[in-house]
Design a protein around this ligand. Sequence first.
Ligand code: SF4
Length: 433
Amino acid sequence: MQKQDVRFSLVSLGCARTLVDSENIVAQLRDSGFRWVPEGTNEHVTVLNTCSFIQAAVDETEENIRLLSDRKDAGEIRYLVVVGCYPSRFKKDVLKEKFPNVDLWLTTKEEDQIQHALSQMVFGSRFQPVKPQPHMKLTPSHYAYIKISEGCDNWCSFCTIPKIRGKHTSKPIDVIVEEIKKQVSFGAKEFNLIAEDTTAWGEDLFGKPDLPRLLYAIAEVPGVEWIRLMYIFPHRVDEALIAAIRDIPQVIPYLDMPVQHCNTRLLELMNRRYSGPDLDTLITTLYKEIPGLVLRTSLILGFPTETEEEFSELMAFIAKYPFAQLGCFSYSEERETKSARLTPKIPDAEIRSRIKRIMSAQRKILKAMQTEWQDQTVQMIYEGNGIGRSYREAPDVDGRLLVKNPEGLISGQFYDVKLKTPKGYDYHVEVCG
Ligand code: SF4
């Protein structure tokens, strides 16, 4: 088989962090002469990049493997490759027995070997890498996810990620800056910094975390217009970071800061290293120091032992400190984690009821915020098809701006728009004349 004839497709499950890994996999395979095609177009190889941090993600991954195995049985694909979190979490021997149709399993730490391993498998000893091809993005050209570190050392008691992704390792500053320059050359203006914990960046390089140093360096790159911080860990937000967010014009006043809960007893059981009062002080300071700040957070409902009073405390907390964007997760018991041994468990029906109550309160909170924002003029990055986002909305996870008069707008460009009428999580806007 000629290299040019080998077509591969890639299915990426999970979050933006997996998506960044998927971009690297696509680049590696294209560099060795494989041709990237959409899934289901008679490809020879299908690569499934997986997620498995909770049971629901494991179930989704296994369902996808089963579907692809059926396609292989039907002769629609020749090789099936499964990479990422799923083979990192479970023993390969067990997986091989469970899914014999999978030809190659690679953990997150082995992803860099995919080019070699797959080339050997398809071409055997005849493999010779061809010259690199242009980089392909899986996101639109005007924004990029930049993964600034790998792994996590926080060991939250409910989380499997430190085991799956390993020790926290920061990417060096010059590597990140080069990556950003390359993305600018593709047309990117918005940079969404991601990691398991972005605020841990630099700890392994300098002996202490130093995200501000990285932010100042990124802001120096010509063409960088928005820098958005995702996945910040409350315990590591200090004065220097707040000052950098406030003082660097490109850093937009949007912070994704998963707090998980506000009750000190539960936070201790979760091994989160901050208390309820710490959160009160931090959020008050953030709103005081950073004009126009919007916060996104995520919460875990039904953590073992959570009482009705502690849940009420959380309801009062989100009313006192309104989050513009809020995601709610039901506690998922993962057998390798410390919290799996905690009792009493909260019944599923009770968890569902708590989530319903939180989300109903959140809808009212957001509505009140949206009323405050009415008639404001904000800068919007235009996505195309009548849809845009302001600094208040991160790609993929938040609401959208619905443009009433999109004629003549160019996707990837910035426009000033007036906020007219809210619609659920979205907002109807009009481009300013
Ligand atoms: S900080 Fe995030 S990734 Fe790290 S252990 Fe905690 S929940 Fe998991």
